[in-house]
Design a protein around this ligand. Structure first.
Ligand code: SF4
Length: 308
């Protein structure tokens, strides 16, 4: 929508006011506990902006949080939410998403839970292409437990628990996801609100598993990559001549470098891949109904009484 001076921009201003009201509807009374300058705040605001632009209200969403600094956002938005076990949130989110396809399900986790404890869940969620938007907060350390090295911490940097420096090469989450024949992989940066909002909006409109890696600043514990380090290296795929986000090999090549330049944007997208639900033979002809409406309800009160 654009502002047309001939009609005093009435429609434009009305639309803007509606979006603002929708954005504000996500606010609640809970206090933010993240450190000053933490990238989590930007990520949360970008999500709220993306929801508002896409016309998604608090009752349209289920936000599923893993353990970690990211998980301290689980009670900060007025949506349905779930705070799961460390590394296990993708499987919980996938279950909810296939049970109730009327909900937009978002799974949120850090690099610790995703690339170590729960990496098995990530692998199979990408393979199965569950209808989930997955937001990976990659702050390159275990921030909640005071700055231990994770699988994505840069080699050579001293962290709590490894004072002589990390001795192993870091994992590259987007490159890893691209190796699993995904349907959507994107990368963005916690300091770039406009870019994050754009990527989240695209991901919300993807019908399968949308993997979004957010390169996140953690000013308290990750001194190796402060905000400027990222800004000096961001390379948007739109600016790469001939970049084709439907080309998996091109995406893998772009995602590889994590030192001199960081490819940002929709690295890969295959909108033609049939969704998980569409592939199920048992669901043929049931396109208009959802699992939560189909299950039979049993009275278990007798059983519960027996347990008392
Ligand atoms: Fe954010 Fe790092 Fe503080 Fe956690 S430790 S709240 S990631 S700045």
């Amino acid at each position: 929508m654009t502002c047309d001076p001939k009609n005093n921009c009435t429609e434009y201003l009305k639309g803007l006011a509606e979006k603002r009201a929708q954005y504000a509807s996500f606010d609640n009374e809970e206090k933010i506990t993240w450190c000053s300058g933490c990238g989590n705040m930007g990520i949360q605001n970008a999500l709220k902006r993306a929801f508002s632009f896409e016309g998604l209200g608090v009752k349209d969403l289920l936000l599923c949080y893993d353990i970690g600094c990211n998980g301290n956002g689980s009670d900060k938005m007025g949506t349905y939410s779930l705070h799961g076990l460390h590394g296990r949130i993708i499987s919980a989110a996938a279950g909810a998403a296939v049970a109730n396809t009327n909900l937009k399900v978002i799974a949120i986790a850090g690099d610790g839970g995703t690339m170590s404890e729960g990496i098995n869940h990530l692998v199979h969620a990408v393979r199965n292409d569950y209808p989930v938007l997955f937001v990976l907060h990659n702050n390159q350390n275990y921030g909640l437990t005071t700055g231990q090295a994770s699988a994505t911490t840069r080699k050579g940097y001293a962290m709590n628990g490894s004072p002589d420096g990390v001795t192993t090469e870091p994992m590259n989450p987007s490159e890893f996801a691209l190796g699993l024949e995904p349907s959507f992989v994107a990368r963005t940066f916690s300091g770039d609100m406009k870019h994050m909002t754009k990527i989240f909006r695209e991901a919300l409109n993807h019908k399968g598993f949308a993997f979004v890696e957010v390169m996140q600043v953690c000013p308290t514990y990750n001194k190796a990559t402060p905000s400027k380090w990222f800004w000096d290296r961001l390379k948007f795929v739109e600016d790469i001549e001939g970049y084709n986000s439907a080309d998996l090999e091109m995406a893998r090549e772009a995602a590889h470098d994590m030192n001199d330049s960081l490819a940002m944007g929709i690295l890969y997208r295959d909108p033609t891949m049939p969704s998980f639900m569409e592939r199920l033979k048992s669901r043929e002809g049931l396109e208009t109904s959802i699992l939560v409406d189909e299950v039979k309800h049993y009275d278990v009160s007798g059983f519960l009484e027996e347990l008392q």
